[in-house]
Design a protein around this ligand. Sequence first.
Ligand code: ZN
Ligand code: ZN
Ligand code: FE
Length: 799
Amino acid sequence: MSEIIGVEIHISGIVQGVGFRPFVYSLATRLALPGWVRNTSAGVDIRLDGSEPVVNEFLKALQTETPPLAQIDALDIRYCPPTGFSTFEIIHSQPIEGSFIPISPDMSICSDCLKELFDPHDRRYLYPFINCTNCGPRFTIIEDIPYDRAKTTMKGFPMCPDCTSEYQNPLDRRFHAQPVACPTCGPQVWLEDCSGTILAEGKEALSTTQEFLTKGKILAIKGLGGFHLACDAQNPAAVKELRQRKLRVDKPFALMMPNLEVINEHCHLNATEGSLLDSRQRPIVLLWRRAGSNIALEVAPRQNTLGVILPYTPLHYLLFSHQLHNNIPPFQALVMTSGNLKEEPIASDNDDARQRLGPLCDAFLMHNRPIHIRCDDSVMRIFGNPVDEKPVKNGQKKIDEYAFPIRRSRGYSPFPVQLPWLAPPILATGAELKNTFCITRDNYAFLSHHIGDLENFETLRSFEDGVRHFENLFRLKLQAIAFDLHPDYLATHYALVRCAREQLPMYVVQHHHAHIAACMAENGLPGETKVIGVAFDGTGYGLDGAIWGGEIFLAEYMDFQRPYHLAYVPLPGGDKAVREPWRMALSWLEYAGISWSEELHPVKFVLDETRDGTIRLEALRNQIRSRLNSPLTSSVGRLFDAVASLLGIRQQVNYEAQAAIELEACADTTEKDHYPFALTPSAHENGPLQFDPSPIMEAICQDLRDGIRVEKISARFHNSLAVMITMVGEKLRDATGIKDIALSGGVWQNLTLLKITLEMLDKAGFTIYIHHQIPTNDGGLALGQAAVASRRMVIGKGG
Ligand code: ZN
Ligand code: ZN
Ligand code: FE
C-alpha cells in the first residue's frame, strides 16, 4: 500500500459558474479522496489527501473530464504533508484581494435541458427559461462579480423550495447554477400588441406567436442578448414588409432553422459547418444556398450565401415546436434579424423595445428576465476545410482550425484571447464601424461583444456602458488607452477625453498596423516577431493623412515599414464615392489614362440614370483633377468597387461592401488566368513602391469589348491580386529573409481571394497567418491596438 500524501491545487481559467465545484466533488467522491474545494476570487482551490496513484488519477481526470463550459488556463500543483481529512466537502468562497477570474459567455441550451423541455413529466415541461450549470445565460445577466445570483438580473426571482434544493445539492446538475428557475419561481413570457395590451401569457403566448408568424406577421421576440425581429422566411411578402419597415434595402437577414436536416435542405452543409452551427456558441454561419431552396429571395438579394443559426434558447426551440398545440408550425425557417432600426444598437430593454420596435413589428413576445448587457448574435464562416471531398469527424478541434469569424459576440465574448506576453491593464477603443473594444489584463485580452457603428448617440452610449462594465467585471485600473489614428473616430474622441481627464498615457496605433498586429497576436506570435503584413481593407487613416487600405508592410508589434502600397487615386466626393462605386471606376479609369467612352458601364450609368449626365461627368472629371473634396486613397476595397462598377455589377451600394461581395459572388473560380500589373516607384524619394493596376483596368476594358463573360473577368481580377501579393512577398522575403506573412483587413472576408492567395503563398513556401478567433474586419481591430500598446509599454517606448 502506497503512502498517503497531501496535495494543494490552484486552478485559474473559466472555472466558476460552469459546474466546476460539483465536478470536482463528484470526481473526489468517485475516487474516495477526502479534502475540500472552494471558489476564490482568482479561480478554484482544491486540497486532497490520498495515495500517489489515486491523486494522479484525480489530476488526470481533472484535465480530461472538464465540464463543457469550463476552461483550465493554469494548474498549479503543490505536494504537502497530508492533513487527515475524513470527507470531501465544498467549502465557503475565499476572496483574494486584487484578483479576478474570467467570465463565461452565454451558452446555448444543453441536451439535458432540452430533453426536460420536451418531457411532459418534467416540472419544467415547455418552460422557456430552463437552464443548468452547463448552459444558459451568463455574460448578459451578470451585473457584478463574484458571480452569484444576487449580482445577476435573476436577483428579482427568489427560488422556490424545489429550485433551492437543486441549487444546494452538490450532486445535482443545477448545483449553484445562478440562473436556475422553474415555472413557479422564474421569469415568464407574454405576448403584447403594439399598444401594450397583453394578448396571451405562458404557453398560449408561444402558440399565438406561432400563429401570428404563420399568418405573415412580424414579431419582436426578446431573446438572450436582445430583441430579434422575426417573420416566416418562406413568405416573400412578410420578408419584403420587414425590409420596408426596417429601412433595409438589400443587406441580408439571418435565418433560424430548427435543425441541421432542415438547414441541409436549403444550404450546402459540410461536417465542420454542422459542428459549428451545433456548437455551444451557436453562431450564425454563412452557408452556400442550394439552388432549389424556397427561402424567399428577399432574405438575401443577389447573394449566393445564407446566414443560418440553430435555436439556442429554450424559447427558440418552442417557436418551432408542435407540442404547444399538436400541429407542426408550417414554417421551416424564421428570419431572425437584430431588433433595431438600421445600425442602431439592438434593443434589449422592454420599454426601449416598445418605443423603438413598435413601428417595426405587429406584436412583442416579451419576457421579464432583464438583459444587463446587450449582445448580438455572432457570425462565422468555415474556411479552408477540404470537406466537400472528405467529411471531418472530430468536430470541435476542426472548428478552431477552420473558423473564420465575421462578428465575434454572443457565445464568444467575453471569453479572452490569450496574449503571447503579460500585458498591463490597457483599454483599446477599436474602430468606428463594427466597433468592439478590448481590455487587457495579465495574459488575457478581453475583446468586447459587438458594439456596432459608432455613428449615433445610442451606440456611443452602449460603447461607454460596455467599457465601464468590463473595467468593473475584470477589476482593472487602466494604465493606458490605445486608439486609432483617425482624428474623427468617436472612439478616438472618447480616448482623448479620458486620457486627459485621468492623466493616462496614450498610444496611437495606425489602423492597418493594428489589423496586422491583431492577426499576429491571435496567432500567438512572440513579441519580437517580424512579418510581412498584407492589410487589404476598406478604409483606414494613414500616417500621411491619405486613406489607406492596400498596404504591404514589414511589421512587428512595435512599429512597421510600408515598402509597398496600392497606387493612390482620388476618392471623388469622399464618403459619396464609398456609396457610389461608379465614382471609383471613373477615378481609376482616369488614373489609367483610359477615356470615359459611352459603352463603359459607369459612364453609361451616369448618362442614363442621372439627370444632366454629361455635365455630371465633366464635373466629376474636374473634381478628380482638382482633388476638390477628393482625398487620396490606396484602398483595395475601393478598387473592388471600381471593378464591380466597370463590369456593370453595381453602381450604387445599399450596405457596406455590397459591390465587392457581388463581384466575388459571380467569380468563375475555374478560371486561372490573371491580368498584368505594374510595380512603380512612388513620387517620393526612397518612398514605397506602388502596385499600379492600370494594366488590369486596360485588360478588363479589352475583355469587355471582346465579350468575355463577367464571371471570367471577376476571377481574373481576383487572381491578379493574389499573384501581386505573392510576387511582392517574394521580393520582401529575398530582401529581408522574413518568411512569415500575415493577412488581415476587411477585404479578406472575400474567401475567393483568400483561397487563391493562400494557395499561391503556400506554393511559394511562406508560413501564413490568418484569423481564426477574431474577425479580420474592424471588429478585430481593438485586439491589435491593445497588442501594439502593451508591447510598447512593456518595452518602455512612449505613448
Ligand atoms: Zn442545461
Ligand atoms: Zn423554482
Ligand atoms: Fe479596417
